[in-house]
Design a protein around this ligand. Structure first.
Ligand code: ADP
Ligand code: MG
Length: 230
């Protein structure tokens, strides 16, 4: 599904070059639930953004579903993102003047899905995350956990191959974190591949495989005994 070989990434910070990823090798198969950990600044978001085709690597190879991700036009990159990937962010990134339903339906608009089907699908996924009754509410009328559930519905609505989540519970309290991780476990049980960046060991323990970044490389990569949330 996803094969990364000897991937490097630096940032030009004016005076000096910051070599963030120094030869990452990573293979993730269909249906996996992977957490990526590492201290602040270790390059977790950089790696996730490259996987998400939001940022470009400097060297190495990256194949997504057999397709080399290399020198893509912005149009191609957007097409692959839309076809393969769903994103969840710490800050939810919902559109404030759109309702929950409209936020969830938006990715389908970019896929030229008819209005009727967009609304049907969006409602179906809002129901999946337990927010059917909140469809017509604006983000500022929702709690943090509810906002993140809307974002999960939005990430799922196009039925992407992989869900990428960057600190999805970073802005949430522990009870809400539990609820969000429970939903992600359910989605994974249904077969969805999930990659979650986190600095919370509890969150990592609820995935099935833990990758740790340190000093620009993968320090450890282990299948773990998943703590299943009931
Ligand atoms: P993490 O998500 O693990 O906290 P990041 O991938 O966000 O780490 O960042 C890794 C390092 O790269 C940090 O030192 C950060 O300051 C730096 N960095 C990230 N993005 C940029 C950028 N666009 N320009 C310059 N430096 C960056
Ligand atoms: Mg980060």
């Amino acid at each position: 599904m996803l094969v990364i070989k000897d991937l490097h990434k630096s940032y030009d910070t004016g005076k000096s070059k910051l070599h963030v990823l120094k030869g990452i090798n990573l293979e993730i198969g269909e249906g996996e639930f992977v957490s990526i950990m590492g201290s602040s600044g270790s390059g977790k978001s950089t790696l996730l953004n490259i996987i998400g085709i939001l940022d470009e690597k400097d060297s190495g190879t990256y194949e997504l579903d057999g397709i080399p991700i290399e020198h893509l036009s912005e149009v191609k990159a957007a097409e692959y993102r839309s076809r393969f990937l769903g994103f969840i962010f710490q800050s939810f990134n919902l559109i404030g003047y759109k309702t929950a339903l409209e936020n969830v339906a938006l990715p389908l608009y970019y896929q030229n899905v008819s209005r009727r089907e967009r609304n049907e699908k969006a409602l179906e996924y809002l129901e999946k995350v337990g927010l059917k009754d909140w469809a017509n509410h604006l983000p500022n009328e929702l709690s943090g956990g509810q906002k993140q559930r809307v974002a999960i519905a939005r990430a799922l609505v196009t039925n992407p191959k992989i869900i990428l989540a960057d600190e999805p519970t970073g802005a949430l309290d522990s009870k809400t974190t539990y609820d969000i991780m429970k939903i992600l476990q359910e989605i994974n049980r249904e077969g969805k591949t999930i990659i979650v960046v986190t600095h919370e060991p509890d969150v990592a323990a609820e995935t099935k495989r833990n990758v740790v970044l340190k000093d620009g490389i993968i320090e450890s990569d282990q299948v773990i005994e998943q703590r299943v949330l009931a």
